[in-house]
Write a protein that binds this ligand. Sequence first.
Ligand SMILES: N[C@@H](CCC(=O)N[C@@H](CS)C(=O)NCC(=O)O)C(=O)O
Length: 211
Amino acid sequence: MSHALMLYTDARFISPYAMSAFVALAEKDVPFEMTPVDLAKGEQRQADFLALALTGKVPALVHGEFTLTESTAIIEYVDEAFPGPALFPQNPQHRARARQIQAWVRTDLGPLRQERPSDILFEPPVQALAPLSGEAQQAADKLLRVAEQLVPKTGHLFDAWSIADFDLAFMLNRLVAGGDPVPARLADYVHQQWGRSSVQRWVGFNERQRK
Ligand SMILES: N[C@@H](CCC(=O)N[C@@H](CS)C(=O)NCC(=O)O)C(=O)O
């Protein structure tokens, strides 16, 4: 069996889920290749992609003959199947908190995700964005309240960097990139996370596909 690793991502490199899986692999420093899937052209619905990606979504990971979709499942698989730095904290309660953050940012705050879509994190909006609606402002307030409680004055959420830092920073960056008010400490946290080399590698893919 081939042990080659292939990550299928969106072709615009703006998917927070594909990016999270990419960051997980990059942080592990395992060799892998990437195949972009053009979602606008519907490539995710083509038979060859559906044959390997059970749910027809990106990210999809192929490891030899094993295939997997759902970013959190991919991240946990990568963490367990490969050596390298741990993607989750070792302490069970910290680990549980990291998973809580991951699940929460993927399932809550819908209006904020809609009004501050992920492309603005990569491509500065051509014109000023409309102010957040009441619903999205409520989501933003909730996000900031949670982040204020979790993010320490300096450094990471837990003793060492974890993938939950990336996921939380991505969500907060929707506000930073949108020009919405964010306390300086949280904005600094976002900039620090965005500067990680794993994150910047993805930002580079995004820049290259726009040229
Ligand atoms: N819960 C999934 C969400 C993945 C997802 O929604 N991917 C989008 C791109 S951001 C996608 O593949 N959309 C294409 C489609 O659903 O047809 C995960 O965490 O991986």
